[in-house]
Design a protein around this ligand. Structure first.
Ligand code: SAH
Length: 522
């Protein structure tokens, strides 16, 4: 048997085996909203998912971690808006698992706390389907924590009770209020906003001190987090006045007093800001991290992706200079070397020029140090610098995107010829930039509410792709945070409000952000 035939045979055997095998379901808690509170195990399981079945309360930040190839099924459940009945959800999990799929059932907070996780598992057991449970950080504890409220405290409460305030329409809420009051512990009500009146009256009727502090916290751990604090007897009026909406948590007990002193989330420099990143790959992960550490909410909505070109012939490496204009260019080029049985040693004495700090770091991942980098990180500056520095008759290979800035080559030639030099330049497209279809994350709600503070664009193509992916977006309401002039021009053309980083790098974008938003009141 020839080698290729053997490989095909083995592959076939493996796929047949897979389709006859039963799948498995992981019941995973997605945490309260902040993607930083999603567990490491949850993330690892999610990265291997083939099907993801998720609820309304799973945040965009966590949804962005779903792998591209996975099938995503929304079964949103929020009071009054059931995209799919529980029985149907159970059936769906069974069906997908029986197809042999690795299914992740993602639920807000912890899957066993008012999550109907057990019902789903019982159904899986009936069919002999394997499952695992990955607990999550529950909103019942994390949302108070993000509001400076510890649910227990030596001096205030030695127990905490988590209660569902969910009630059926037109039926009064029936709960053992006397028993709750007797515990003297902290009471946390989930799904209780529409039953707030019943809860307050139930507790007062059962003898709770009307002055007991109460808090209602909306959209905890997000940029839209808000809270209202008042004595129990006045909390309803305060909540109506502030027009609090779901999802919200109610906490009753003297620990609520601590919020004044302990609250911290709002004090972070970028708290309350919601940013969208249109391109999370490459060094953008770093920007996400830095913004989140400063308290901002960051949603990644990659609108473009890069795809290596199929090159007709093996790229010869008989050049004096190699030029990269993006981290993607570096990664694709190195991969191309490997695919053709070569590695960095085949670059020999070639010198390397890069457009900016991001590309320089990408190069360093392979143990390579850049020889030349312009002061201003753009195509024109790099071209001019090369034209100036290269010796006569130099041979240059530019390995970059198929839609690279033409000025790189024209500036290089002009500068060189002004100095009486001739260069041989090969501008090789090694990857394509494509618009990404089927987006993992939807920002429609935030666009409609006009609650996005800024959108990062790192190339002209991201501006165009963003507008095509979000047809409802009103460009005149968008603050575009752009990495360089080319990008900024495209955003201006679209009618956006444009801000440009002084330095075309992640650090430059962060500086720009801090100068616009830090300490500026909303
Ligand atoms: N299993 C989830 C709770 C599901 S019940 C958990 O462990 O967190 C849904 C209720 O959770 C909502 O009605 C609301 O009371 C609460 N909730 C979930 N996320 C919230 C958030 N980010 N802010 C405020 N309340 C939240």
């Amino acid at each position: 048997m020839r080698r290729s035939e053997a490989r095909e045979h083995a592959l076939k055997a493996r796929t047949t085996k897979q389709s006859s095998k039963k799948g498995k379901v992981w019941l995973v808690g997605a945490g309260p909203s902040d993607p930083g509170l999603f567990t490491l195990k949850g993330k690892a399981v999610l990265s291997m998912a083939e099907v993801v079945v998720y609820d309304a309360l799973v945040s965009a930040g966590v949804l962005a971690m779903i792998p591209d190839h996975a099938e995503r099924i929304y079964v949103g459940k929020r009071a009054g808006d059931h995209a799919m009945a529980q029985e149907q959800i159970n059936e769906l999990l069974v069906k997908k698992a029986l197809e042999g799929k690795r299914v992740v059932r993602l639920k807000g907070g912890d899957p066993f706390l008012f999550g109907r996780g057990a019902e789903e598992i019982l159904k899986l057991r009936e069919h002999g389907i394997a499952y695992e449970v990955v607990p999550g950080v529950t909103s019942a504890i994390a949302v108070p924590a993000y509001n400076g409220i510890p649910v227990t405290d030596r001096n205030h409460a030695s127990s905490v009770h988590i209660i569902t305030g969910h009630k059926r329409a037109d039926k009064p809420l029936k709960l053992p209020f006397e028993a709750y009051v007797k515990t003297q512990g902290t009471l946390v009500f989930l799904m209780g906003l529409s039953a707030l009146s019943d809860i307050v009256h139930g507790l007062l009727h059962a003898g709770m001190d009307p002055k007991t502090p109460a808090a209602v916290m909306e959209r905890g751990t997000t940029a839209s987090q808000r809270r209202v604090i008042a004595p129990l007897h006045g909390i309803e009026a305060a909540v109506n006045e502030a027009d609090m909406q779901t999802p919200a948590i109610i906490v009753v007990g003297s620990v609520v007093e601590l919020s004044d002193k302990l609250s911290w989330y709002e004090k972070l420099p970028l708290f309350g800001r919601r940013f969208v990143l249109t391109r999370p790959k490459e060094r953008m992960d770093e920007l996400t991290q830095m913004l989140r550490m400063r308290g901002a909410e960051v949603i990644e909505q990659p609108v473009i992706e890069t795809k290596p070109m199929v090159l007709k012939e093996t790229v010869a490496l008989d050049y004096d200079w190699l030029v990269f204009t993006s981290p993607a260019g570096v990664h694709t080029f190195i991969q191309m070397l490997w695919d053709t049985g070569r590695d960095v040693r085949s670059l020999g004495n070639m010198k390397i020029a890069v457009i900016g700090s991001g590309t320089k770091s990408a190069l360093r991942e392979y143990g390579l140090v850049a020889d030349l980098i312009p002061e201003v990180y753009d195509g024109e500056s790099l071209g001019t610098l090369l034209g100036e520095n290269l010796v006569d008759q130099s041979r240059v290979l530019i390995a970059r995107s198929s839609i690279g800035n033409p000025k790189l080559v024209t500036c290089m030639r002009e500068r060189a010829s002004a100095l009486g030099k001739t260069l041989t330049i090969k501008d090789l497209a090694i990857y394509q930039t494509l618009e990404k279809k089927n987006h993992v994350t939807s920002i429609t709600q935030f666009l409609a509410e006009d609650t996005i503070d800024g959108i990062y664009f790192t190339s002209a193509s991201t501006v165009r792709a963003f507008l095509r992916a979000n047809t409802k977006a009103d460009p005149t309401k968008i603050k575009a945070l752009c990495i360089g002039e080319m990008t900024a021009n495209e955003a201006r053309k679209a009618g956006m409000n444009v801000y440009v980083a002084e330095e075309a790098s992640v650090e430059g974008l962060l500086q720009l952000t801090e100068s616009i938003y830090t300490n500026e009141k909303k």
